[in-house]
Design a protein around this ligand. Structure first.
Ligand code: NOJ
Length: 502
């Protein structure tokens, strides 16, 4: 069998609002992405995933879609999208777009009609509520004028669709085709384990994303993905789908990637593992034994950036651990998802002023939870304020950038061999040279406690999560290291790629 492009692809997540602004309004846009494609090509990624750019009132950064077949003026036009796809393909980059099937915006014409009493069965209106909570805080139910309530698992501006209504099903098949016809290479499916809710909407105990409950992971959802798979397979060019699936276990996750369903699912177990060799090893083993095609991800637009996560017990260790973790991830069999800015070593911005925050989580929790704005701060391209090259002109970016972003900017790091950016470029180039010639499988080598050594054919990856330097396994050559080595010793918080002794 030919190896599909996505099996080993490195996919770069672009949070469009925060990547690059070409129009000068302080918000990123599609033309901004297009201008920066050479940067992504030179970084060495295979594909980009664009977060939602569709018509939206932006109650949840665009995950509240009012028109699934058009571009919000904030981000440009449909022609800008088409130009972006064409340019990406010219640069050898594939394009994955987000699709948001669990809910729409309350500004969607269907929901507006429902408020007028027309077509209510496209959403989940009830005369009485149950005890379900919104993932963002507060009740999952909002009352409308006639006294009934509608369900929203996220913000009140994101009413949940009723997937038991075939019209919803048909609508999404059509939306898929709309974007496939415009050349997209794949879809990232938002809240992929949502969509169906248990019949009768019963009260529940635990409603965490991970719990199996009447809210998430209903068996009917798999028929949706079987239908979607048929649509994708009907197009030339190996179109694919990756699900945002939060589950309790990797076995549950595996249900979504059966051969006739989704090609991939995000592997959040990897992102949730603490800085620990044992924890990493367990996730790697569990993943490789559960799913046919593994994926790995350390950061995205919903979680605290991994540089900051890994610094929880040792504030100085974040940058070194972040580089060591990504080098390890890039050596694993499967596909790797990177999040914009991690290649610059950006930290979570933890001191955003309350007035600047936009995430509904901050507002729905009455400020108790900071929300996700800290990982969404616009990218610093250049050293100079006011926006570090994010926007042309003097307009401030939609979230303020900290002064420390100057030193982390692309301009500052480019050409500096010791920078995080150049380290990512080297790692991705080396991976590209190797990835198709080494086996998809992995073997563990004996290693001291707190340390991982694994091998894939000629490649050995070594990671030291302990607190003492350890001797590297026997090798012919050091291909790459995430930090300085001390002779044959691998210092703490460091990873290395080695060519196995022949
Ligand atoms: C997951 C998305 O990644 C997140 O940003 C969004 O808030 C929720 N789904 C709701 O659409």
């Amino acid at each position: 069998m030919d190896i599909p492009w996505w099996r080993d692809a490195v996919v770069y997540e672009i949070y469009v609002r925060s990547f690059a602004d070409s129009s000068g309004d302080g918000v990123g846009d599609l033309a901004g992405v297009r201008e920066r494609l050479p940067y992504l090509r030179d970084l060495g990624v295979d594909a980009v995933w664009l977060t939602p750019f569709y018509t939206s009132p932006m109650a949840d950064g665009g995950y509240d879609v009012a028109d699934h077949r058009d571009v919000d003026p904030l981000f440009g036009t449909l022609s800008d999208f088409e130009a972006l796809v064409a340019a990406a393909h010219d640069h050898g980059l594939r394009v994955i777009v987000d699709i948001v099937p669990n809910h729409s915006s309350s500004a969607h014409p269907w929901f507006q009609a429902a408020l007028r009493g027309e077509g209510r069965e496209r959403y989940l209106f009830r005369d009485r509520t149950n005890n379900w909570k919104s993932t963002f805080g507060g009740s999952a139910w909002t009352r409308v004028e006639d006294g009934s309530y509608y369900l929203h698992l996220f913000a009140p501006e994101q009413p949940d669709f009723n997937w038991r209504n075939p019209e919803v099903h048909g609508e999404f098949l059509d939306i898929l085709r709309f974007w496939l016809d415009r050349g997209v290479d794949g879809f990232r499916i938002d809240v992929a384990m949502g969509l169906y809710k248990a019949e009768g909407l019963p009260d529940i105990g635990d409603q965490s994303f991970k719990a199996v409950s009447p809210v998430w992971g209903q068996p009917e959802v798999h028929d949706v993905y079987r239908d979607w798979r048929r649509v994708l397979d009907g197009y030339p060019g190996e179109r694919m789908a990756v699900g945002e699936v939060w589950t309790d276990s990797l076995e549950d996750l595996a249900l979504y990637v059966r051969p006739d369903e989704l090609h991939q699912s995000f592997n959040f177990a990897w992102l949730q593992a603490p800085w620990s060799a044992a924890a990493f090893r367990k996730v790697i083993d569990d993943t490789l034994s559960s799913v046919p095609f593994a994926t790995w991800v350390l950061s995205n637009h919903d979680v605290v950036r991994h540089r900051t996560r890994y610094a929880a017990d040792d504030p100085a260790a974040g940058p070194a651990r972040a580089k060591a973790a990504v080098l390890t991830m890039l050596a694993l069999p499967g596909s790797a998802y990177l999040y914009q800015g991690e290649e610059l070593g950006l930290p979570e911005v933890t001191d955003l002023p309350d007035a600047a925050r936009q995430d509904p989580i901050f507002y729905q929790s009455n400020g108790e939870l900071p929300g996700r704005d800290g990982c969404r701060v616009p990218i610093p391209w250049t050293v100079d304020p006011p926006s570090h090259g994010f926007s042309p002109g003097a307009v401030p970016p939609w979230l303020p950038q900290p002064a420390a972003f100057a030193e982390l900017s692309v301009e500052k790091q480019e050409g500096d061999a010791g920078s995080t950016l150049e380290f990512y470029r080297r790692a991705l180039a080396c991976r590209r040279d190797l990835v198709r010639s080494i086996p998809y499988t992995l073997e563990w080598l004996k290693s001291p406690e707190g340390v991982l050594f694994f091998t894939r054919g000629p490649l050995i990856c070594a990671l030291n999560c302990g607190d003492r330097p350890v001797r590297l396994p026997e090798h012919d050559e050091v291909l790459l290291a995430s930090g300085p080595l001390r002779g044959d010793l691998l210092p703490p918080d460091t990873a290395a790629w080695l060519r196995r002794a022949s």
